[in-house]
Design a binder for this molecule. Structure first.
Ligand code: PLP
Length: 390
């Protein structure tokens, strides 16, 4: 079946007792067994029946199964946020004395995770320019546990050459973990580019309307030890599994993801092209613009769409604040890929607690506004931006 059919088609773990057409929400904690042997089989993994909802829940499993079929992954695990998915994927590979080869161009909390949270456990980040393959090659050594990157960084919109990085990493026996939040898995085939583990915040495109937090680890099975740690150890002992109500909302989101994404990406393309001609905007950063340095690479890796995140630069921080305050349609809010268009000044909010010197190293500028383009008519979005700049 084609992707959109898989996204819609029901794949209940067991038939629902009432034949519910939409996935039922199982909010219970435990599951009853017919006899002691069946109970022992389930608890020790000899059968696949759920036993306790911290580690398995039919509503979540249903979502995981659909994503597994859609991506061709070996294993998919749902978490209660994107950060939970990212931290658990990293917990599966780190150990004392190991290093993570990554970049300063990371989602703020992910950067803090690798530079601060993991530090006391003897895990060191190696922050490199991942667009420089020689730096990547030189950074990987016998203690490297993974190369970690974002397929399109936020808010810099830098695109890594996944195939080349994966070749270097795999040559040294090291897995590549990629955050794919910014372009959904319905659009890409990251496995074919050498990504071993895909992590993402399903809070974003999947939930769609900003309805629920969630995260996914999509494991292509190329480093089997990772799944053993994730499903056999971390799920039990960390306890960050997705909650069933989020899984329900995100299953509904998955059913319309492809349609929404394509429309949102088309809107973003239209808005980005319009922004180029507006006075007062000094720079438009969008990987779908032909003069963007990552245009060709992004096309090659992700196909004809370019996501719905755009960064614009104005003359100063004050100009950014004034612009944001004058918006009438576009919402002043964080989050990405809500159905509505959102604007934020990343340097003073998401990255507001980072010192200036670090912001500079991360290329998070005081003059940048991040836009997440929604499903409104794109001409109305452009009109709002024009009036706010007047
Ligand atoms: C939002 C986001 C995260 C974190 O996801 P949460 O669901 O908020 O925990 C991680 N990476 C990227 C690229 C994001 O945009």
């Amino acid at each position: 079946m084609k992707k959109q059919t898989i996204a819609i088609d029901k794949s209940f773990v067991r038939p629902d007792a009432y034949g519910s057409l939409a996935v039922p929400i199982y909010t219970n904690v435990s599951f009853e067994f017919d006899d002691a042997a069946a109970m022992a089989d389930a608890f020790t993994g000899r059968t696949k029946a759920p036993d306790y909802a911290r580690v398995e829940n039919p509503t979540v499993t249903n979502l995981e199964n659909r994503v597994r079929e859609l991506t061709g992954a070996a294993h998919v695990t749902g978490y209660n946020s994107g950060m939970a998915a990212i931290s658990n994927a990293l917990f599966a590979v780190v150990a004392q004395g190991k290093n993570i080869v990554t970049s300063r161009h990371l989602f703020g909390n992910t950067l803090a995770l690798v530079t601060t949270t993991l530090m006391p456990f003897g895990v060191k980040p190696r922050l490199r320019d991942l667009t420089n393959l020689e730096q990547v090659e030189a950074a990987i050594d016998g203690n490297t546990c993974c190369v970690y990157l974002e397929i399109v960084t936020n808010p810099q919109l830098e695109v890594a050459d996944l195939k080349s990085i994966a070749e270097i990493a795999h040559g040294k026996g090291v897995p590549v973990i990629a955050d794919s939040t910014v372009i959904p898995f319905t659009e890409t085939n990251l496995k074919s580019l050498g990504v071993d583990i895909e992590v993402l915040s399903s809070t974003k495109y999947l939930s769609g309307g900003g309805t629920s937090l969630g995260g996914l680890v999509i494991d292509y099975g190329t480093f089997p030890e990772i799944n053993k740690r994730i499903k056999g150890d971390l799920l039990f002992n960390i306890g960050a599994y997705m909650n069933p109500y989020s899984a329900y909302q995100q299953t509904l989101g998955l059913e319309t993801l492809d349609v929404r994404y394509k429309r949102q990406a088309a809107n973003a393309q239209h808005v980005a092209e319009g922004l180029v001609d507006i006075d007062g905007i000094e720079r438009v950063t969008y990987i779908g613009l032909k003069d963007n340095p990552f245009y060709e690479l992004a096309r090659k890796q992700f196909g004809p769409t370019s996501g719905a995140m755009i960064a614009i630069d104005l003359a100063s921080k004050e100009a950014c604040y004034e612009f944001i305050n004058r918006l009438k349609l576009i919402h002043r809010a964080t989050n990405l890929f809500d159905n509505r268009t959102l604007a934020i000044h990343p340097a003073s909010t998401i990255f507001g607690l980072f010192p200036d010197r670090q912001l500079e190293q991360m290329d998070v500028r005081q003059t940048t506004i991040r836009l997440s383009i929604g499903l409104e008519d794109p001409d109305d979005i452009l009109d709002d931006i024009r009036q706010a700049l007047k």
